[in-house]
Ligand binder design. Structure first.
Ligand code: TXA
Ligand code: MG
Length: 328
């Protein structure tokens, strides 16, 4: 059985135990304010290699280093533009990841061989206490098998990674439920690589113009922007996105229908699930709901397309990837 320890707060003795495992090259899953991360000593290439093995993650996909603040982040870069200071002061600790040119200190495996490093200072008190106790940056991707749903509960980590993780710190459900916004500051113009809890308008308010990377790489292709596989975050059930009011699926066995704001009339054979018309609340619930539907054995999840406005961008991104076909 995978070991799971409840953590009540930053002073919990479980954090000291987790820190010694990490210092010895082990893997510890921990809560952040977005999703659970699978942590390893970010300056130890062998420990980071264990993350890749546990997740079944392709070596072409780099990992984020989690730090305790601006000074530690800066030390891991070879160039730190003024925008990075402004962003860190405004959004850290919090769900914003910055991609910057890496210093020589950052192991190649963290960068997947590339010239940049992704840095984030998480807001969760347990994550912060753990980074401080280890005294080094923690490499931590989401604590799930590659391509699968991200974990928002300790139990999700245990069922996805099992024995591959040495210890799971259980801090209860995560708050945001969707992964951090990733902003690339290494090019000529700031560019959002992954939409998340920090909205483009909030970044634009500070930076002026921000580009949004719209591409997606197909599975098996060399990754132009690493980790942006078109199919990602996928539940076991087939996920179909439909225009609200466009009719019900023909085959209704083991099917759930998810609507926003209002449920249409449904036959008894289809389980209706009503989500609020509130992007933040849906973000918090989304992965947990897909986990629950998988666990309950649903084969098909029909979900209405969420609204088109910016507030829903991160939810739309995850749903598009979760519903992408496997073979492309
Ligand atoms: O909220 C989060 O960001 C969570 C928590 C645990 O912090 N972490 C997370 O990590 O979502 P992961 O590995 O599941 O997703 C990180 C994404 C990947 O798509 C990866 O390709 C991208 O960040 N990434 C990492 N380093 C990068 C780099 N140097 N350049 C561009 N993208 C990078
Ligand atoms: Mg992930």
């Amino acid at each position: 059985m995978t070991r799971i320890l409840q953590v009540a707060g930053p002073d919990d003795p479980a954090i000291r135990e987790a820190a010694s495992l990490l210092c010895a090259g082990g893997l510890v899953a921990f809560p952040t304010e977005t999703v659970y991360g699978l942590g390893a000593d970010g300056l130890d290439p062998e420990a980071v290699a264990r993350i890749y093995a546990a997740k079944g993650r392709p070596a072409t996909n780099p990992v984020i280093l989690h730090v305790d603040g601006l000074a530690s982040a800066r030390a891991l870069t070879s160039r730190w533009p003024v925008e990075a200071t402004a962003l860190a002061e405004r959004f850290w600790p919090g769900p914003l990841t910055l991609v910057l040119p890496a210093s020589e200190q950052v192991p190649a495996i963290v960068r997947a061989g590339g010239p940049t490093v992704a840095l984030r200072c998480p807001a969760h008190p347990v994550a912060q206490a753990l980074i401080k106790a280890v005294g080094r940056p923690l490499a931590a991707p989401s604590a799930n098998r590659s391509q699968h749903l991200s974990p928002t509960l300790a139990e999700h980590v245990a069922s996805s990674l099992g024995e591959a993780v040495d210890l799971i710190l259980d801090g209860g459900p995560t708050e945001a439920g969707l992964e951090s916004t990733i902003l690339d500051l290494s090019g000529a113009r700031p560019r959002i690589l992954r939409p998340g809890p920090v909205a483009p308008a909030e970044l634009a308010a500070l930076l002026g113009a921000v580009d949004l990377w719209k591409g997606a790489v197909k599975l098996g292709e060399t990754q132009a922007a690493p980790g942006m596989a078109e199919r990602h975050y996928a539940p076991r059930a087939r996920l179909e996105l439909v225009v609200p009011g466009s009719g019900l699926p023909a085959n209704s066995a083991r099917t759930a229908y998810v609507a926003f704001g209002q449920l249409p009339p449904l036959p008894d054979s289809i389980r209706g699930i009503l989500l609020p018309l509130d992007a933040e609340a849906v973000g918090t619930r989304l992965f947990a709901l897909l986990h629950e539907l998988d666990d309950a054995g649903f084969e098909c999840v029909v979900m209405e397309r969420p609204p088109e406005d910016e507030a829903w961008m991160a939810v739309r991104d995850r749903l598009r990837r979760a519903s992408a076909k496997e073979s492309v």
